[in-house]
Write a protein that binds this ligand. Structure first.
Ligand code: 7RM
Length: 659
């Protein structure tokens, strides 16, 4: 019998054979049209990365050309050494000074809809995006913000949040966005870790009809952050807030006398662009940081090719800017390509569960990018909400954040995409900065549940602990064997943790923390976090496969599977299951679900215990926090960082149920 530590083989038993070719209509207009074209470019990008990336980077605007494309001394990469550029110039000026000046850059929709007292300019053209960004950049300067200073942004999804990000990049300040749903505790940790002296926020934000008191949370955090000199506050909800004289300032007041012109700071390619905190397994949040040029190029290229972005697209990535997907795809990737991007402030089910579909029809969205957790919620709410809207402008769908279970993939394809839109299942991480493994929509035949093949320049592989490639269809560790332009440059203030976490698990490789297998065509099937791999009676299983099987049952909405220690089998599986609307938990249903997993995967994968719950503990970006469920399943203490948990009551209920 193998133990978990003696082998990195993971048994993978789920098989999916439905195959979807890119529709001919789509291929006709696509940037890239054939597998041969992809293979040729991919081979070039791996054989001669300097040449490949050098050519690609020439499409961006530079203030000074680089002298060396890549300087690699493991684990530190420098890209476009010696070059100078600026993110805001590439996102805005390039378009605002040319024929796109009146093209809409941002379409913004507030959650409360069209109520006149809160509605504002909806369509922000590139020319006005430039003015607003420059004006706010001047405000930041006026408050003493300089190149290299860190600025915390804690805001709702409103246009000012975008102006704030871009204003930081204009003057070379490093933004660190804290998701608007986080607590004051989380804000405090992040301010202290990065040493920010300025915080940008709003009086409040709307979420599911309620007001989130952002300013109040900032005030509570600042009681412990003496280093913060100024807070700039957007008036959004108009509820009363406390303003500390000398420290706090209203955005609309301080920007009144600021000039519309602000020369961009020439930034070295490797100057830090932003820090984004992700929860680690320890109590301390990890500040992943990215630098200027490589990240910018990654955003521009992947948006163009993975989303097949065209001039007339209306593009909507639903991610909040507090998550990496919001950085790379709601904002930077879209603007770098001169696209029109949609920004929606609120929840998908407010005032009704068809809000997203209403927005798609209202603005004529052509490219729609969302997460499996959202798709599963839509399935749970019922397809009648989707079918009320035509969705006829959609031409491409994307998925990100978790493995998308085949059930959800097929639903997305049929009900949302009407069978006509390719789906790009994009695998990547906060750390990778941009999409790493994904179909190209005019090129790659897709199969539900696989992110398919690596993007240009990405030398992805599935290996064992010794770094040797696994045979086809054997699970192992997902690694990247070469540096890529948008890779993280480190963990803020903690170089040792960076080396240890990412560069010491497998010699010479970046370790993603994910398990995966490749099928006969070389497609990558992500099996979830390696921490979620369990060993049941000698079988190493990815719990995600068991979850996928459970969600394939007609009564199940969502499932999370974790292990608890078991005297007999080493580990035993516990499944936490939420049911679709109208379904009632019963012991009989438990047996049915166990039998269903037995049929789909095999008897070894049957959960020992099935527990019904009304909700699962998730992060703000919708990832199930299995670490917490493991603690619940073993009846132990809950430890580690919980600042990313979306709803504490879920966890409290789960613990209560157990007693
Ligand atoms: C973009 C983002 C990263 C982790 C990653 C995976 C999981 C993300 C997919 C996926 C399977 C996908 N950044 N993940 N996308 N797993 N298929 N298409 O999510 O830093 O927040 O998370 O998310 O485990 O390592 S993240």
């Amino acid at each position: 019998m193998q133990t978990a530590s003696s082998s990195s083989d993971i048994t993978s038993s789920l098989r999916e054979s439905r195959n979807f070719k890119p529709p001919a209509e789509f291929v006709k207009r696509a940037h890239l049209k054939s597998m041969a074209q992809y293979r040729k470019l991919y081979a070039e990008s791996i054989r001669n990365p300097d040449k490949f990336w050098g050519k690609a980077a020439a499409e961006l605007e530079w203030m000074k050309p680089w002298t060396k494309v890549c300087d690699w001394k493991e684990p530190h990469a420098k890209w476009f050494v010696g070059g100078k550029t600026n993110m805001s110039v590439n996102c805005i000026d390039r378009h605002a000074h040319g024929w796109r000046r009146n093209k809409v850059a941002l379409i913004w929709e507030g959650e409360p809809g069209d109520e006149p007292h809160i509605s504002r300019a909806r369509n922000i053209p590139y020319a006005s995006l430039l003015r607003q960004t420059c004006q706010f950049a001047n405000v930041l300067k006026q408050f003493g913000v300089k190149k290299g200073d860190r600025v915390i942004i804690y805001m709702p999804m409103i246009p000012e949040a975008v102006f704030a990000m871009l204003a930081c990049t204009r003057i070379g300040a490093v933004h660190s966005i804290v998701f608007g749903g986080f607590s004051s505790e989380a804000i405090k940790d992040r301010i202290l870790d990065c040493g920010a002296e300025v915080v940008i926020t709003a009086d409040g934000g709307y979420r599911r009809g309620a007001v989130i008191e952002l300013k109040k949370n900032v005030d509570a955090a600042l009681a412990h952050c003496p280093g913060v000199r100024h807070v700039l506050v957007v008036k959004r909800t108009e509820q009363p807030v406390h303003m500390v004289p000398g420290r706090d300032h209203w955005w609309h007041e301080v920007q009144q006398n600021a000039s519309y012109e602000c020369p961009p700071e020439p930034m070295n390619s490797e100057d830090p662009l932003f820090i984004l905190y992700t929860s680690g397994s320890t109590g301390k949040p990890k500040g992943i940081y990215h630098t200027t040029a490589g990240f910018m190029l990654g955003c521009q290229m992947t948006t163009k090719y993975v989303f097949d972005a065209k001039e007339d697209d209306v593009y909507w990535c639903t991610a909040d800017i507090g998550w990496v997907t919001g950085h790379s795809y709601s904002i930077y990737g879209a603007l770098l390509n001169g696209l029109t991007t949609v920004l929606y402030e609120g929840a998908p089910n407010h005032p009704a569960p068809d809000r997203f579909w209403q927005i798609i029809d209202k603005f004529g969205v052509t490219i729609f990018y969302t997460a499996p957790t959202a798709i599963r919620a839509f399935i749970k709410w019922g397809e009648q909400h989707v079918l009320k809207h035509s969705l006829k402008t959609l031409r491409l769908l994307g998925s990100v954040g978790e493995p998308i279970n085949p059930e959800a993939w097929i639903w997305y394809h049929k009900v949302v995409g009407k069978g006509r839109c390719p789906i790009v299942d994009t695998w990547w991480q906060t750390e990778t900065g941009t999409i790493m493994i994904s179909p190209l929509p005019g090129v790659t035949p897709t199969r539900p549940g696989t992110a398919t093949l690596p993007f240009f320049g990405v030398d992805a592989a599935v290996v064992n602990k010794e770094g040797k490639e696994q045979p086809r269809n054997v699970g192992g560790l997902l690694v990247i064997r070469k540096p890529w332009p948008s890779m993280l440059r480190g963990i803020w203030g903690d170089p040792d943790r960076y080396r240890k976490q990412y560069w010491s698990e497998v010699k010479g490789c970046y370790f993603t923390g994910d398990g995966a297998r490749r099928d006969k065509d070389g497609y990558f099937w992500i099996m979830g976090r390696i921490d979620d791999v369990v060993n049941v009676a000698g079988h190493r299983l990815g719990t995600m496969e068991v979850e996928s099987a459970l969600v394939g049952h007609k009564m199940v909405a969502e499932a999370a599977v974790v292990a608890r220690p078991d005297d007999l089998k080493g580990q035993a599986l516990v499944a936490f299951v939420t049911l679709k609307g109208g379904q009632v938990p019963s012991n009989d249903l438990k047996d049915q679900l166990r039998a269903h997993v037995g049929k789909e995967i095999g008897a070894h994968a049957k959960p020992d215990d099935v527990r019904f719950t009304d909700a699962l503990p998730k992060t703000r970006s919708g990832k199930i926090m299995r670490r917490l469920l493991r603690e619940v399943a073993t009846g132990g203490e809950i430890r580690g960082d919980m600042t990313t948990l979306e709803d504490f009551s879920t966890l409290a209920r789960l613990r209560h149920d157990e007693e």
